[in-house]
Ligand binder design. Structure first.
Ligand SMILES: Cc1cc2nc3c(=O)[nH]c(=O)nc-3n(C[C@H](O)[C@H](O)[C@H](O)COP(=O)(O)OP(=O)(O)OC[C@H]3O[C@@H](n4cnc5c(N)ncnc54)[C@H](O)[C@@H]3O)c2cc1C
Length: 366
């Protein structure tokens, strides 16, 4: 196989495309709308599971692997494209309540002290709350829109094609092999077909999705602007997080709503996020709301994506279902996909990411 068609230009499709192009493959990415405008744009860009101790080994393994190569990955993109994704190892302060027994065990196994050794949070958080908080110093963030622009630029620089406004409608098979795909812009053919269509992946694959359980899960976010960053690190309290960008923007997220393919923002979500965030950071009340949006996460059971070859169709691959952590998992997932295509050794056991085709478990909504 030397030519690949990728379906979907989010962070997963674009990261996979760059990785294939680096290896010398010919790549075209088909995108139904504009590249990099769906879930990958909408996300917060935290490069870690929110409470990492609450996830199973396959999530930990993939996020650990991905974050271990992240700074090199974004640096290479910066050098090549001159677009700075603002990778920033700002750390994450986890405020109570959380499962402290599991958290302590996780910190020990990851060689993280978790203690708050600095007084810099005292201006914002009351001492009594801070005493039972945990600080994860290695958690980083990126600015998703900038990362996506850098990835698009890199795809084009390496000779790849991104075809926008080109919606894939049908998959045409002969002898258990894909021969072409039908789109709103005619038929396209290649040697291999990689589905990176996020929340839409199961719909596009139709009967070839087998038991793949990927569905949309809406998340709403708010964006405020301060003169200077009001926090030095990410704050997390249960489902609420505050992400300070270097230029004073502050992201507040996020909701988790099972409302199908619906990106309508709501006053109820605004009220919920604003109320909780202003309890942590009352100055928000004096700052302008810059934006409020919704995105559709590609939800999958236990937050485990499906990566690799279709069990019955030899030239069909998938890299999808990254749910809450697709931005975090992007470089690692692209690497695993490439190894699978080239039949190269994997950095760890990847069988958990191949079970999705026969998934019987349900998606948890929290
Ligand atoms: C509010 C919110 C906060 C988040 N915060 C974080 C975070 O802090 N950290 C983190 O790691 N992750 C976060 N995520 C999750 C992360 O954004 C997703 O896991 C990730 O973006 C999935 O990437 P993707 O490329 O699979 O999907 P997408 O970005 O949705 O890309 C899929 C693409 O496929 C295209 N497509 C669909 N159907 C077709 C078709 N028929 N033909 C052609 N193209 C098609 C779509 O238009 C889209 O561009 C968050 C998500 C949301 C919504």
């Amino acid at each position: 196989m030397s030519q690949f068609l990728l379906i979907g230009a989010g962070v997963i499709g674009l990261a996979s495309a760059v990785r294939l192009l680096k290896e010398g493959f010919t790549v075209t990415v088909l995108e139904k709308g504009k590249a990099g405008q769906e879930s990958s744009w909408a996300g917060g860009g935290i490069l870690s599971p929110l409470t990492p101790w609450d996830y199973s080994e396959p999530v930990t393994q993939l996020t650990d692997y991905s974050t271990s190569i992240y700074s090199k990955w974004v640096n290479e993109l910066l050098l090549s494209t001159k677009i700075d994704a603002e990778f920033n190892e700002c750390g994450m302060l986890v405020l109570p309540p959380y499962d402290s027994v599991k958290a302590d065990q996780w910190c020990i196994s990851h060689n993280i002290k978790g203690e708050i050794s600095q007084n810099s949070f005292l201006n914002t958080i009351h001492q009594s709350i801070l005493e039972s908080a945990i600080f994860l110093p290695h958690v980083a963030q990126v600015r998703n829109p900038r990362l996506l622009t850098a990835l698009q630029s890199e795809v084009i620089k390496r000779g790849g094609i991104i075809k926008e406004c080109c919606e894939v409608r049908a998959i045409n098979l002969k002898n258990k092999s894909v021969v072409s795909i039908s789109t709103t812009d005619g038929n396209y053919s290649a040697d291999g077909y990689i589905f990176t269509a996020g929340a839409w992946s199961r719909e596009i694959l139709g009967k070839y999705a087998l038991n793949l359980n990927i569905s949309p899960m809406q998340g709403q976010m708010l964006l405020y602007k301060f003169e200077a960053p009001p926090l030095t690190s990410i704050f997390l309290q249960e489902e609420l997080y505050l992400i300070p960008r270097l230029d004073g923007h502050l992201l507040i997220g996020s909701t988790m709503e099972d409302v199908g393919f619906n990106k309508q923002i709501t006053q109820a979500a605004y009220n919920k996020l604003y109320k909780k965030a202003s309890q942590l950071l009352p100055e928000i009340a004096t700052k302008p709301l810059v934006n409020h949006w919704a995105g559709l996460r590609p939800a999958s059971p236990h937050n485990i994506p499906t990566i690799g070859r279709h069990p019955e169709i030899s030239n069909l691959f998938i890299n999808s279902g990254h749910f809450r952590y697709g931005v975090t998992m992007a470089p690692g997932s692209a690497e695993i996909l490439l190894n699978e295509i080239m039949e190269k050794p994997q950095p760890f056991d990847i069988s958990p990411y191949q079970r999705g085709w026969n998934q019987l478990d349900k998606i948890e909504f929290s």
